[in-house]
Design a protein around this ligand. Sequence first.
Ligand code: GAR
Length: 206
Amino acid sequence: MSLNLCVLVSGKGSNLKAIIRASASGKIKSKIKLVITNKLTSGAFDICNREGIRCVYMAEENFSSRSKYINEFLRYLRKYKIDLILLAGYLRKLPEEIVKKYRNRILNIHPSLLPSFGGKGMYGLNVHRAVIDSGVKISGVTVHIVTETYDSGPIVMQKAVIVKDDDTPESLSLRTKKAEHILYPKVISLFESKKIKVKNQRVSFV
Ligand code: GAR
């Protein structure tokens, strides 16, 4: 089944690019119908321009009230008939109203093996710095369902990444991103072909 995807981006957008590539090459059937960014500096604008994808800038601080912001967000999701929302380096907590409306249809990718190295402040290079400082030998990537609690939703899939002795946060980030670019499309294709079953914290596909 082909799903209408919405990708949420704050930063460079390498995961967005990977999903576009997976869609163009037929690895996934789904198409990105909408990209939303909360940062004017995001790489998402250029990427979407090149690809002819609608990119919308939406930041809560530009709305006169929280409810107007949420309504506008939901209006876009409805307008583009979005089936699955993918957070790809989106550094903003999604309003609970949106999480509730799209229950089990919002995913996040995180650059560590959750529940380790997650939570507030744990994004981008901060995660890799904490991983290296802790001395663990294996790190990785987690794709999980977004719930009302940060980085704690049911885990859909994980991929391990080796931590090398001479790794810096930057080198570990590079290796981890390669794994992210493989894992996210895999998870999307799982959502395309199977029914998701979520029981407590456990995700299975039937
Ligand atoms: C990715 O490494 C993603 O896992 C991370 O931000 C990066 C965005 O990169 N997300 C988090 O840390 C969320 N807590 P990208 O803009 O190149 O896709």
